[in-house]
Design a protein around this ligand. Structure first.
Ligand SMILES: Nc1ncnc2c1ncn2[C@@H]1O[C@H](COP(=O)(O)OP(=O)(O)OP(=O)(O)O)[C@@H](O)[C@H]1O
Length: 212
């Protein structure tokens, strides 16, 4: 489903970072570990097609991201990649259901049934709630629902549990894993969180010193 060769990238004025190659099947999960500043978020941005590698290639379900134009990449991302951020970036003017409907609208594809998805994530009672009224754990589950709304082939999560208590961390990891299996997506999670490491054994480590 997801395959990368060794990827190289450099931020302006910074040394090049080299990322190890890896391969993930549908439903498989991978942790990206590494010190602060080693390049974990940079790798997620490369996998999301938000950065273009200097060398190397990201291939998602047979499509090489570097072969797509900027506009094609935006469309491809909307259809095939779901991103969960550290803090839920929800639109405050819209309620929970409307935030998820917007994800469908942008992907231009018929996605998962929103009511069913909210129910699976245990937040169906919050469908009409204003997003500001959600607890942190609920907000993170809504942001996962939004990332999954289009049944993406790749789910990317950047420190999704860093602000959650143990109970919500368990729930969020369980949800990400079961949903990835259900929709046949590859799942990549950047984390420092030992609690997440206890649930997913497959990992790669990003090292700033691999700079070339
Ligand atoms: N837009 C940018 N311009 C210049 N340098 C950047 C930019 N974004 C990131 N960097 C640098 O690139 C390196 C990798 O950053 P990145 O955010 O990928 O690290 P990280 O491993 O995700 O860190 P953290 O765990 O602290 O979130 C860091 O040295 C950072 O300062």
């Amino acid at each position: 489903m997801l395959k990368t060769s060794v990827l190289h990238f450099a931020h302006p004025g910074q040394a090049q970072i080299a990322f190890p190659e890896f391969k993930l099947d549908a439903g498989e999960a991978l942790l990206v570990l590494g010190r602060s500043g080693s390049g974990k978020t940079t790798l997620l941005n490369l996998l999301a097609g938000l950065h273009i590698p200097l060398k190397g290639e990201v291939n998602l379900d047979g499509t090489s991201l570097s072969a797509l134009s900027g506009q094609e990449m935006d469309l491809f991302r909307g259809k095939n990649i779901g991103i969960v951020f550290q803090k839920p970036h929800l639109i405050a003017a819209l309620n929970v259901r409307e935030n998820l409907e917007l994800a469908h609208f942008f992907s231009k594809k018929k996605g998962q049934d929103i009511r069913c998805l909210l129910s699976e994530l245990g937040i169906d009672s919050k469908a009409e709630s204003a997003v500001q009224t959600l607890s942190e754990g609920e907000g993170q589950r809504v942001s996962i629902a939004r990332a999954l709304a289009n049944s993406p082939k790749l789910i990317l999560a950047d420190e999704p549990t860093s602000s959650l208590d143990d109970e919500n961390t368990e729930k969020v990891i369980h949800l990400l894993k079961t949903q990835a299996t259900k929709i046949g997506a590859a799942l990549v999670i950047v984390t420092h969180d030992q609690r997440v490491r206890n649930h997913i054994s497959n990992f790669i480590e990003v090292k700033a010193h691999e700079s070339v």
